[in-house]
Design a protein around this ligand. Sequence first.
Ligand code: FE
Ligand code: FE
Ligand code: ZN
Length: 301
Amino acid sequence: MELIIGAHVSFKNDKQLLGCVQEALSYKANTFMFYTGAPQNTNRLGIKDELTLEAYKLMKENNIDLNNVIVHAPYIVNLANSKNFDFSVSFLTSEVERCSLLGINKMVLHPGSAVEGNRDIAINNIIKGLNLILDNNYNVTICLETMAGKGNEIGKTFEEINRIIEGIKFKDKIGVCLDTCHINDAGYDISNFDKVLDEFDSIIGLDKLKCIHVNDSKNDIASHKDRHENIGYGYLGFNNLINIIYNKKIENIPKILETPYITKTDDSKERAYPPYLFEIEMIRNKKFNDNLISDIRNYYK
Ligand code: FE
Ligand code: FE
Ligand code: ZN
């Protein structure tokens, strides 16, 4: 089976999904993930169907399967918080509708943060919110992302993710997105990834796994930091990440890079460039590039 690998791309109003596909192709990716607007706010513009249709055409020409494309919900929305709960539910409902308008059937969501202190109440709020959001006729699965456990984040263990899933009435519309940086930072030893997958399978069930975020980490295991690093440049290391990416049990699951941009100063202006073309090349070759940073700086002139 062919590796399904892509990266986080941006959805801009002028080209919308078409721009996402073009950006993904510039990285030689065969899938991608995007926010349907700025992740730090909830301003959203209308979906333009003519751009969506053009995007589909370009995807077809390049063998990109819409079933492997992912939307990421904005991270400011917090279903765990009783304040703004109604707003969070209605905003995420409209976000699911936007996914559906674009023909995308997977939306990754950070479960939430227990900002009010009590984790049990937070989890109950998340369950209540998801049941309201998923009571719809859209074919969109919400994938709960495994979190690093920074601050009061919910979803730092498979058990906690499963507690949420158990409360969901619409089991066929709830899944999980596993983020390699986050599970490392949460305390899982990814150097024995088969063991991690076995644990995932026994607690949640591997059939629930719909997306993998492939990131290295700037911090050691159990640091609860959530700072992504370029592939092979962090604590997870290149070989461990390759073992995860090529693991047979998850070969049909889309893998998405969310690694940091590389900065470069020209004419005393600092700019940041995407690492994905070169990281995807390393991954396809299964060969670490120790000149990654300078290759990126030289390529984007
Ligand atoms: Fe995320
Ligand atoms: Fe992630
Ligand atoms: Zn993260």
